[in-house]
Design a protein around this ligand. Sequence first.
Ligand code: GLN
Length: 481
Amino acid sequence: MSLAISISQYIQKLRDGTLSSEEFVAKTLERINKVEKNIHAFISINENAIEQAKQIDKKIKAKEKVGSCFGMPISVKDNICTKGMKTTCASKMLEDFIAPYDATVVSKLKSEDAIIIGKANLDEFAMGSTTEYSCFGPSRNPWNTDYVPGGSSGGSGVSVSALECIASLGSDTGGSVRSPASFCSVVGLKPTYGLISRFGLVSFANSIEQIGPLARTVEDVAFILNIIAGRDSHDNTTIENGTPDYTKDIDIGVSGKKIGIISEMVGEGVDKDVQSATKHAISTFEKLGAQCIPISLDSAQHSVAAYYTLASAEASSNLARFDNIRYGFDFSVEGYEYNSYISKVRSNFGPEVTRRMLLGTFVLSAGYYGKYYQKAQKVRSLIKSQLTESFKKVDLLLAPTMPILPFKIGEKIDDPLKIYLLDINTIIANLSGIPAISVPFAIANGLPIGIQLFANSLQERQLLQSAHALQKTTNLPEVPI
Ligand code: GLN
């Protein structure tokens, strides 16, 4: 039995009785045992997974009503709360934190009989693009374990790619679902702002982030989206959008579609192999009957600066709560006065989170607010309005997900700016709220390249249909690990 099966194949096997959830989960745990030491996708593993699988098999045998996931193993980024399991955010600050409740996305998956197989590694509090900033050590790219898997949802990308689960949930504030999807050769979706509840997601930058699914195929991503999307009374930023079936007509193709190629994201600064994969993706779409035209989005050149200003400002405010009083670790106050106590406990953050809080506090400080925060908001509005204009001319936009190939662990860690610049092609979706997806499209020097598509707000169906059409043309090798 292969672990590399699609969700529909899995469900079929469970339905016709040729596979049980227990068998599949046991095989998955075996796989995890075998490969984890080389790739470190997980922070914790669900000790009750086999027991939960047995319960679901029992229901199937007794012909009771079973949820649409039929006991399939799904990993969840460790900044999404899971009742009874640790939610650490890969931070010393929350090393032993066990959430008293499930995030809405988690309870939705559980109510469809998914098994949360483990909590996936990430950059501390989801700040980073390589997963090297996890306080538990980096995750490694299953395509070459000397290389970074992308981030911040690196553990999610790695676990899906390395067949340690069927799908995963990540969070995407500036590209954190799409970056690991691209670097690990899996599909990753950042949905429209408000489509998926964030109740139970540990906040980093609320005005820009979303939870998003990762899986090996676009169809599988659509399946998970069907379960987790929708208005939630616990999250007032969620929107009412009916309940479209994202898997419906996914095969419809791209004939007659207009695709804009974002000029600023395909030229200078983009790796040669990434450029040629992008050209190939464009010609593939043309062969499939789409029309591709260049679109300029000059405001995008300011997106990184605007994003790091806004995201850091929100982070500095959100992370103020980690003071070891409301949340934290056991730390005796004995012998400390207030200031030294606070500075002692607050020094438990890692270097990147500390940098963001300092930067965020600075850009919000009196006298600088207009110079930085307000200016960044103006850039954000400009990006939004240029995108709105673009979608009057085209149905979709295309760019490589990442400008370069995965690189060696440690290679850029001393230069945060270089890491920030990796997000240059992903951030526009977060600042504007539109959906975007990364599709695995090519392998160069043994390393994956993802192609990114953007659609207008709430156009997920169109986005998934086009991504599916592109993925169907590919025939990529199996993960080498
Ligand atoms: N790399 C970006 C950052 O560090 C994005 C992170 C994310 O999407 N969570 O902020």
